[in-house]
Design a protein around this ligand. Structure first.
Ligand SMILES: [Zn+2]
Ligand SMILES: [Zn+2]
Length: 386
């Protein structure tokens, strides 16, 4: 089946709700398994065939009962409806795009069931192997971020509960192969694309790229301030989007056909460069909206005070995600000298809430913040990945 037919297959609405979708790539037939990876979120686990009649599993769901049951049901459907030779023992590798709970939570259970070699970027292997330790340390850092954001001290624990990165939530699992983003695992080429997380990887395979949470088909991915999660922030995220676009354009140039991105949530992306451009425009719009809120309101504001103005229909328990989104943009604006901190002399360790106001001296530079950073180069930036 060629890529046009594969595209037609996925554009059929009836496929979107299926528990298992075959993915027909130039490399071979793989599968997409749908799983309830968080109470409010659907995600996908992918299976990619190797030349030795084995399988590579990409991501693992969140590890709770519903998620594991959905993945196991997907395995059953593959065996009964598509490939009678499929067995759990033929899954040789379990590769993670990143170690967020909705991707890494199932590693313990599926490693136990398959004995697969587990692989994740080296920056995130500690999170999988020592989940409770990392969760305890990170929650202290996040609490500090929330206090600086102006969250009332008595609400900090509730906001962190809403985020849910709590000790005891996951069972830690051993990582056999820490990755750095240049490895080949069977037919997969790992590509380091940080920004949504410190060690975010995508996996190239024939005319498919399994792109994790870097780029989704409809919504903008979650971003975090680089000061609370290294290698994230707006700059790294935008540069990884651009790198993905370059990979897709070069693939098309070399092979005369398009590269299809299979994200970990939402539907496949058949025109990656166009979707990256649209995501960048979306980032720019959100930046401008936030900057305009500071510009229009003369009174200085904390991130917590600006939250309801920016996300008036915010879902309950989502404050940490929204604050991280705002915080990562404010971090960029401060670096670009577009915001000022008000009354900094009153800041102390017991009174860390930071109030910002727009820096009118730099109003001209505030325009097109994304366009400015798109032109910036990261150290060692190279585009000769494929
Ligand atoms: Zn994620
Ligand atoms: Zn995710």
């Amino acid at each position: 089946m060629n890529s046009e037919e594969s595209q037609a297959l996925f554009e059929e609405d009836s496929w979107k709700d299926r528990a298992v979708c075959p993915i027909k790539t130039t490399y071979g037939v793989g599968y997409r398994i749908k799983a309830r990876v968080l109470p409010y979120l659907i995600g996908f686990v992918y299976l990619v065939p190797t030349s030795d009649s084995e399988w590579i599993m990409i991501d693992s769901g969140c590890g709770d009962e519903d998620s594991n049951a959905d993945v196991e049901n997907g395995f059953r459907i593959i065996r009964e409806e598509y490939d009678h030779s499929f067995k759990l023992e033929t899954i040789s590798h379990l590769c993670l795009t990143h170690a967020h709970v909705d991707h890494a939570g199932g590693v313990y259970e599926f490693k136990r069931q398959t004995n697969a070699i587990t692989a994740v970027h080296a920056f995130e292997s500690r999170l999988v192997e020592s989940y409770d330790e990392v969760a305890r340390v990170e929650n202290c850092r996040y609490a500090r971020f929330l206090l600086e954001s102006g969250v009332p001290p008595e609400s900090v624990e509730a906001v962190l509960d809403g985020f849910g990165f709590r000790p005891g939530r996951l069972q830690s699992a051993a990582i056999d192969a820490p990755l750095y983003g240049w490895e080949k695992i069977g037919p997969l080429q790992a590509v380091y694309l940080p920004g949504h997380s410190s060690g975010h990887l995508a996996f190239l395979c024939g005319n498919a790229i399994f792109s994790g949470d870097l780029l989704l088909s409809k919504t903008l991915s979650q971003i975090w301030p680089a000061r609370i999660t290294p290698q994230t922030g707006v700059l790294n995220y935008v540069h990884s989007l651009l790198k993905l676009k370059t990979i897709a354009l070069r693939y098309e140039e070399l092979h005369g056909r398009k590269l299809t991105a299979f994200p970990a949530h939402e539907e496949p992306i058949f025109d990656v460069p166009a979707r990256v451009d649209k995501a960048l425009r979306g980032m720019e719009r959100r930046n401008n909206r936030l900057l305009n809120l500071f510009r229009e309101d003369a009174s200085p504001m904390t991130l917590w005070e600006i939250l309801p103005k920016m996300y008036w229909s915010g879902r309950p328990n989502r404050e940490f995600f929204a604050l991280s989104d705002i915080g990562s943009r404010v971090e960029l604006f401060l670096q670009l000298n577009l915001l000022r901190v008000v009354d900094s002399e009153r800041l102390s360790s017991s009174n860390p809430a930071i109030r910002y106001r727009f820096s009118f001296a730099n109003a001209e530079a505030a325009k097109n913040t994304i366009k400015q950073i798109v032109g910036m180069r990261l150290p060692g930036d190279q585009s000769n990945l494929i």
